[in-house]
Write a protein that binds this ligand. Structure first.
Ligand SMILES: Nc1ncnc2c1ncn2[C@@H]1O[C@H](COP(=O)(O)OP(=O)(O)OP(=O)(O)O)[C@@H](O)[C@H]1O
Ligand SMILES: [Mg+2]
Length: 424
């Protein structure tokens, strides 16, 4: 698409999506404003008219002031954020300039798990009760009120860091301390986007899914329901499968629920990644994000449906009109739009140490049905047993005609890889 002389302020990182944005719109100019620790996530810095860096702890008001000053010189007409971090700044900047972006309130709510529950409870879209105790004693009392098991986690956490499922009262204090510690671990590579206290919420039993949607002019279009595989001990995601193995009724239930959640929260455009548990009495949200799914889920979605949500994201970010996908909305709600299956599976080291070598990856990469086999951590880096998403060392992505076989194949191929670690 040609967009000569149009200019976008890109807030935060976004890695290759920043380059894709320029590639998708020939003639588009970009100005970047990012935090110091996120500078490494700005690819091709010289391809921008300007790259501005703010200290990590700069308040939102400073970002707004900097963006105003930049606008005097570079007259951007759009604001985009292509990663999750600093979406709050993008929202404040856009509001200040009178430009389109998610409302600041929406960004706040999705980054605040406790508040998101409160908002959704008003529309009857969550039955899970949550509390924000201020100390360990209050957490014990809250767990008593909520009933065990409870989930204790940093309120603004990510990567499953600091998440505990507490099944007995004497575990509450340790879980609270862990969530408090990781809730203070902020930054581009930290556990949280901003310093957040622990929250407690009722445990929801059932299989977990994520729902990948793209909203165009207020209409939510489902791309896929993804089945999520979580390590039982650490709750870290260890695999994904598209499409999820659910019958058409359950697929539709999950999709319609997600559409209602997105509407209730006020999502009017863009890509979203919503995590849902299918409880015996219906779907229940874990959280939603105003960004694409991680873990190569979008590659699974593209392989299964042909819809490239990254391409849609950068087209929309540059001011282009994204076309609705070619399938009938009701067909997609019932999962009739998938053309094949795709899975990704991960492996971590058995224990802590220095990563010496990953054996067997080349053979796996060339195996039939394998789309991608990748080492995620540099050789020589310190690794640990599975603790968070960042501990995962290897991933393998497969495609196939049958969901069981596709996910088994991904697991089997990961199993062929040997992660060699030398103890510290
Ligand atoms: N209320 C709950 N009931 C059952 N399981 C839960 C609940 N809350 C969290 N979990 C489990 O913990 C995982 C991580 O929780 P959550 O998504 O809130 O944290 P996160 O740090 O944002 O994780 P991630 O970035 O990996 O998605 C969930 O995917 C789910 O397996
Ligand atoms: Mg999550």
């Amino acid at each position: 698409m040609r967009t000569d002389n149009a200019r976008v302020l890109v807030v935060g990182g976004g890695r290759h999506l920043q380059s894709e944005l320029r590639r998708a719109h020939s003639g588009l100019r970009t100005v970047v404003l990012c935090r110091a620790s996120g500078l490494g996530l700005v690819p091709e810095p010289a391809a921008n008219d300007f790259v501005g860096v703010l200290p990590d702890d700069a308040p939102v008001s400073t970002w707004v002031a900097a963006a105003r000053a930049l606008r005097q010189v570079w007259r951007y007409e759009r604001v985009a954020a292509l990663a999750e971090i600093d979406q709050d700044k993008a929202a404040a900047i856009a509001q200040d300039a009178g430009l389109d972006y998610h409302a600041p309130e929406l960004v706040e709510v999705v980054n605040d798990k406790h508040r998101m529950r409160a908002v959704l409870a008003q529309s009857g879209l969550t039955r899970v009760r949550a509390e924000m105790p201020t100390d360990a004693d209050a957490a014990v009392a809250a767990a008593g009120r909520l009933g065990l098991p409870v989930v204790v986690k940093p309120n603004g956490g990510r990567g499953s860091a600091g998440v505990s499922i507490v099944r007995s009262p004497d575990e509450v204090r340790d879980a609270f301390a862990l969530a408090a510690r990781l809730g203070a671990d902020v930054g581009e590579h930290g556990a949280c986007l901003q310093v957040t206290p622990p929250m407690l919420e009722q445990f929801v039993a059932g299989p977990e899914f994520s729902v990948e949607c793209f909203t165009i002019d207020g209409n939510h279009h489902v791309a896929a329901v993804t089945e999520k595989f979580v390590d039982e001990r650490t709750h870290v995601e260890v695999g994904h499968l598209v499409p999820a193995r659910v019958d058409p009724d359950a697929h539709e239930l999950i999709v319609r629920y997600t559409e209602s959640v997105l509407t209730a929260l006020g999502v009017t455009w863009g890509v979203t990644h919503t995590e849902v548990i299918l409880a015996p009495d219906g779907p229940e949200i874990v959280e939603t994000h105003l960004r694409k799914a991680g873990d190569e889920i979008l590659e699974l979605v593209r392989d299964c449906t042909g819809w490239d949500l990254d391409a849609a994201t950068v087209l929309q970010a540059g001011g282009g009109q994204v076309e609705a996908p070619p399938w009938d909305v009701d067909d997609a709600r019932r999962g009739r739009h998938y053309q094949r299956c795709a899975a990704v599976w991960y492996a971590a080291a058995d224990g802590p140490g220095t990563l010496v070598n990953v054996h067997g990856l080349d053979e796996v990469a060339t195996a039939p049905d394998v789309r991608d086999a990748r080492q995620l951590v540099a050789t020589g880096a310190e690794v640990e047993a599975l603790t968070s998403s960042l501990s995962r060392v290897v991933r393998v992505r497969t495609v196939g005609a049958d969901p069981d076989a596709t996910v088994s194949r991904a697991q089997a191929q990961v199993g062929r890889v040997r992660i060699e670690v030398v103890a510290r």
